[in-house]
Design a protein around this ligand. Structure first.
Ligand code: G
Ligand code: G
Ligand code: NA
Ligand code: MN
Length: 253
């Protein structure tokens, strides 16, 4: 709790930093997207992972400030990469509180306009549970963002409590299969069945699929062979700082 009393000053004092994890386009074998993941470089406690402060920030009503910072930062990074000739679309994680904020849509669209980035510079990753909190209002906001051309993605698919009926109403283009089904893909037959079925379901609904939690070459091949569009995981790269990602890209090209 004491930590979170520090979060607003932490934003002001530039103690937060975004790490980026590549999302590999499995058809092109090319990194076209990255996911932004926040870390807190605390002056005393050192690097604090998001699991240690995001859940508390949610409870303390600080996620709107945090997400706004993340979006601004991500769009600036998009422009920096673009200047270096690197085109990377950036995915940002959205929480339940953001979808309840009646200024959320406006903020996102205005940020895109102010920074003069194309609408596909940004993808929003939304967990099923973020929508479940207030589905009607969440769907209203997401529909508005979709109508403006933003790419929306369902995160951690398969771990939430939403029904297929609710999922059907979400105006999303992408589904991320949760890492818990992917991490042990090569040794767990049930996971293979779940992932194959999810790929079919998603494709039949016209959604692209991202598999997260790819930890070995076998899983990467298995997913590529079955038409999974994108892959993300420690086997490819951990989340790393922007500079390190630039280097990683030039070495893996
Ligand atoms: O990066 P890491 O794997 O440690 O992230 C742990 C959790 O924190 C994940 O569930 C991730 O979605 C969440 N997380 C990381 N950055 C953000 C962020 O900017 N906003 C939100 N809402 N969640 C984030
Ligand atoms: O909840 P969300 O999907 O946004 O969380 C992403 C989290 O998953 C990040 O904390 C990231 O560090 C973690 N992650 C990404 N790839 C892998 C992986 O291959 N294995 C494991 N165990 N975690 C991963
Ligand atoms: Na995510
Ligand atoms: Mn996820």
């Amino acid at each position: 709790l004491q930590l979170v009393n520090d979060l607003k000053p932490a934003i002001e004092h530039d103690e937060l930093v975004l790490f980026y994890q590549p999302k590999l386009n499995l058809k092109l074998n090319k990194v076209t997207h990255v996911e932004a993941l926040v870390r807190w470089q605390h002056p005393v406690r050192g690097m604090i992972p998001p699991d240690s402060f995001i859940p508390i920030a949610e409870k303390m009503g600080q996620m709107n400030a945090l997400t706004r910072w993340v979006i601004d930062q991500a769009l600036s990074q998009y422009l920096q990469w673009k200047e270096q000739g690197i085109e990377l679309s950036i995915a940002v994680n959205i929480s339940a509180e953001n979808l309840k904020d009646d200024q959320f849509c406006h903020y996102v669209l205005q940020a895109i306009k102010d920074k003069q980035v194309p609408i596909d510079a940004l993808t929003l990753e939304i967990t099923e549970d973020a929508v479940v909190a207030d589905p009607e209002y969440a769907i209203k906001q997401l529909t508005e963002l979709r109508q403006q051309g933003l790419t929306l993605s369902i995160d951690d698919y398969g771990t939430g409590y939403s029904s297929l009926a609710q999922l059907k109403q979400l105006p999303v283009q992408e589904l991320k299969i949760d890492k818990s089904f992917v991490q042990n893909l090569m040794v767990n037959e049930d996971d293979q069945i779940i992932v194959s079925s999810t790929l079919q379901l998603a494709h039949n609904l016209g959604l692209k699929v991202v598999a997260e939690g790819i930890e070995d070459e076998g899983s990467l091949k298995w997913l590529t062979q079955r038409g999974c569009e994108m892959g993300q995981g420690f086997y490819l790269s951990r989340p790393i700082e922007a500079k390190a990602l630039t280097t990683w890209l030039s070495q893996s090209a």
